[in-house]
Design a protein around this ligand. Structure first.
Ligand code: PRP
Length: 202
């Protein structure tokens, strides 16, 4: 049986719809079900927090997983990235209040849920920063003077717009990716490829 870790929340719903399009009966996964492990014929689904998907795959308790590229960039797990599923598209961006200008010689204060990505981005530009790690509602940070800028994902742009912020720079595009455990991809390659083929044909 192939085991697949999928994220809870917004992206998880898109994954379930995509699985349905491959002909799988996903009724058990819908209607607000809180069952976290579900067998769908030859596929076992494990539903976990988006940021935990790669942990399950890297440790081999899930053979494959669906995860946002933003989280892959942040955590750099030791897995194979197989396939771009296309949905969940957003942009990892630096954003700031409208009219923002870089504070020059001052250390740049950056608030983010993605401290590794932000550190790497500004280190590549030789820009000294203080990274302020937050867990959510990042857009508040520059409004209350906690940071000069934020590094966050922008999907529709609504949160930025409604808080008077704008994109300063796009770091990388993101979307849902299928990842595989390295040993699973060696030993269950036929099963994994069959799943990906069914997916890519839809
Ligand atoms: C994400 C992200 C932005 C927002 C972007 O937050 O961190 O805040 O979505 O989406 P938009 O461009 O469509 O407005 P999320 O909804 O995950 O909540 P959080 O702020 O609590 O992390």
């Amino acid at each position: 049986m192939l085991k697949m870790a999928i994220p809870t929340g917004r992206m998880g719903e898109a994954v379930i719809e995509a699985l349905e399009r491959t002909g799988l009966d996903c009724r058990q996964l819908k209607n607000g079900s809180r069952k976290l492990i579900q067998d769908l014929g030859s596929l076992q689904i494990i539903r976990v927090k988006p940021s935990d998907v790669a942990v399950y795959v890297e440790h081999g308790v899930a053979d494959v997983g669906i995860i946002g590229k933003d989280i892959l960039l942040e955590t750099e797990p030791d897995v194979f990235e197989l396939f771009d599923l296309g949905f969940g598209a957003c942009r990892m961006s630096v954003a700031a209040p409208k009219g923002y200008e870089d504070p020059g010689k001052e250390i740049l204060r950056v608030a983010t849920k993605y401290p590794h990505t932000a550190t790497k981005h500004f280190a590549a530009k030789n820009r000294p920063t203080e990274i302020i790690a937050l867990n959510g509602s990042i857009e508040i940070a520059p409004l209350v003077g906690l940071s000069h800028v934020i590094v966050d994902i922008v999907e529709t742009g609504t949160t930025l717009r409604e808080n008077g912020l704008e994109i300063v720079e796009v770091i990388a595009p993101s979307s849902a990716r299928c990842i595989a455990n390295k040993a699973s991809y060696q030993f269950k390659r036929d099963e994994i490829d069959a799943l990906l083929d069914a997916w890519s044909e839809k």
